[in-house]
Design a protein around this ligand. Sequence first.
Ligand code: ATP
Ligand code: MG
Length: 213
Amino acid sequence: MHETARPRRKLGVMGGTFDPIHHGHLVAASEVANRFELDEVIFVPTGQPWQKVNKQVSPAEDRYLMTVIATASNPRFSVSRADIERNKVTYTVDTLREMQNAHPDAELYFITGADALANILTWQDWTELFELAKFVGVSRPGYELNTDHLEEHLRDLPADAVTMVEIPALAISSSECRRRAAEGRPVWYLVPDGVVQYISKRHLYVPAGTEGS
Ligand code: ATP
Ligand code: MG
């Protein structure tokens, strides 16, 4: 008698700078987890870009801790240090390779917003990306997912290689949260309460020299 094969674990992978993590990220992960019956979603904060081109990014440790704080109450959410410990610029393909090595039996679902998906699919090695994971693109206010220039490639892929999912619209971005914090305006309800408190405790996003004022 054959034993019934245990179904493969389904793991969501949500990469991001998370500077800071906000409710748009959390809703995206939660909706995709429900829709695809994922066993777990692993949030993977990106590594620290050592060449800060023209972007100032908060220390990896702060971004990691905010992600832990934001996800701690959900038993199906976890956070990986894989990208922040790699010490180089993060490419999705590296993240997915590492996730697959860590969870060889799992089926991976890479979750991304419409804006980021277009970039990943334009710049990276398609063949390997789609061998490693299925891609789930979530809707994001202000961004139209334009796959016209990708059509020709998408045609050659299995139907479930890239799925677009409509999620409750939250017009929140980390850039807007940083701008608000810098101007002393509230970020309450845009990010989880613990993240509001962490930002304030660590004086993140406050222009240097004005921390105490
Ligand atoms: P920034 O403004 O600094 O670029 P961000 O809000 O875009 O920050 P990221 O860390 O860059 O956040 O995004 C991580 C992932 O989450 C990306 O795939 C992005 O498209 C997605 N995402 C971010 N905000 C939303 C949102 N409000 N709705 C849906 N997806 C989102
Ligand atoms: Mg972004």
